[in-house]
Design a protein around this ligand. Structure first.
Ligand SMILES: NC(=O)c1ccc[n+]([C@@H]2O[C@H](COP(=O)([O-])OP(=O)(O)OC[C@H]3O[C@@H](n4cnc5c(N)ncnc54)[C@H](O)[C@@H]3O)[C@@H](O)[C@H]2O)c1
Length: 362
């Protein structure tokens, strides 16, 4: 249902990413969205955060939703809490944004989607990279067949997340609350791969823990076969030292090659297309676009919630978000089984953490 008045927003979880959300929501650039309250199980954290943004604070979701008139809730808690938080919010029939990943288990993601569909409430998941102008350029080049027949895609996430990073919060690097680097850092890249080139047919993967003391992996490799025959690979590492080195996607085709790199996937490093005219016009279209992807995400949310005829179909809903979760779970399934996994993945591939731990111990 469309909302005609100001939309009251509440944030659950007052940590790092919540700051970004609160700053955008308080900037007054989005005229119809208003941050009115925040909640964190750590009361002092909620209080400090609320003071900074001049809003109400709570340490319990039920009290917040019982006492304050809220139209839209944003879940910014540790990933392992997304499911229980979403279910709590569904009981109050609110619209919801969940920070990525939607949650950590396929069966739980399906339950969340079902609840919000039944309530006729909006459910969005933050996959802000889809709004990155350089990736939109890449998507349009693919859709317009400017690369001709595509042969392969290669993705590199070479980041530095040292022990200090993992020690910042107890949930980081744990199977139950974080889920491993394919579910945390690389979920964006997995989403990007399937968004750009379509469904994945099968995959094979390996993971290792190399430089930090955590439960999950800090290095992972996966190779993919897409349904359309394209082959791909992804290399994810948080074990780079001393700093981030690369964050890139390269697509090779018979009529051209494109590589987008830079630490934020904001640099067009290779841009060779046979059709020079089209190449130039695409570049002109996307070069000047706004680069604050979370802000662009909220512009889309505002449109979806308030306008009747919006064709803002770049926003990720639950059904779109579950695709990357399914691929990430299949990656871990492949690690456990030590063999190629075919999609759709088995919904029961949920908590197999013991097997993953023993795999990493080797
Ligand atoms: N879209 C992106 O690029 C992006 C970037 C960073 C983080 N994230 C996602 O955002 C989420 C949070 O990450 P972060 O780095 O801000 O973590 P963080 O540890 O800084 O903050 C999480 C906060 O949630 C609170 N919390 C935990 N359980 C809660 C509950 N049940 N109710 C209320 N509060 C609760 C914690 O006390 C903490 O203050 C994760 O799911 C992460 O994957 C997304």
């Amino acid at each position: 249902m469309k909302i005609s008045k100001i939309i009251n927003v509440a944030i659950i979880g007052c940590g790092k990413i919540a700051e970004k959300h609160a700053t955008i929501l308080s900037s007054k650039k989005l005229k119809k969205l208003k941050l009115v309250a925040v909640c964190d199980t750590k009361k002092n954290k909620a209080k400090k955060f609320a003071k900074k943004f001049n809003v109400d604070f709570f340490d319990n979701i039920d009290n917040l939703l019982k006492l304050i008139k809220i139209d839209l809730v944003v879940i910014c808690t540790s990933s392992g809490h997304h499911y229980s938080n979403a279910l709590a919010i569904s009981r109050y029939k609110k619209n919801l944004i969940i920070e990525k990943p939607i949650c950590l288990n396929l069966s739980e993601a399906k339950q969340i989607i079902k609840k919000f569909e039944k309530n006729k409430n909006y459910l969005f998941v933050v996959m802000q990279n889809r709004l990155n102008p350089m990736l939109k350029l890449l998507k349009e080049a693919i859709n317009k067949k400017l690369l001709g027949k595509i042969t392969s895609i290669s993705v590199r996430v070479w980041w530095c997340r040292d022990q200090k990073y993992y020690d910042q919060a107890a949930w980081r690097g744990t199977w139950n609350l974080d889920g491993g680097i394919f579910l945390n850092q690389a979920i964006h890249h997995i989403d990007m791969m399937q968004w750009l080139l379509g469904p994945i047919h099968s995959l094979s993967a390996m993971i290792k823990r190399r430089l930090v003391k955590i439960e999950t992996e800090d290095l992972g490799l996966a190779i993919f076969e897409f349904k359309n025959g394209i082959l791909g690979n992804i290399e994810v590492s948080t074990a780079l030292r001393p700093k981030n080195l690369e964050n890139s996607v390269t697509i090779l085709g018979e009529s051209g090659n494109i590589k987008i790199g830079g630490l934020y996937m904001n640099n067009l490093e290779i841009y060779e297309l046979k059709n020079k005219l089209m190449a130039k016009s695409l570049l002109k279209k996307y070069k000047k676009l706004n680069k604050n992807n979370h802000h662009l995400f909220y512009e889309d949310v505002q449109k979806k919630l308030t306008e009747t005829n919006t064709n803002s179909n770049q926003i990720v809903d639950g059904k779109e978000a579950i695709k990357s979760l399914e691929i990430a779970k299949a990656i871990y399934q492949s690690v456990i089984k030590k063999k190629r996994v075919f999609l759709p993945a088995n919904t029961r591939i949920n908590n197999q953490h013991k097997k993953l731990l023993s795999e990493l111990r080797k």
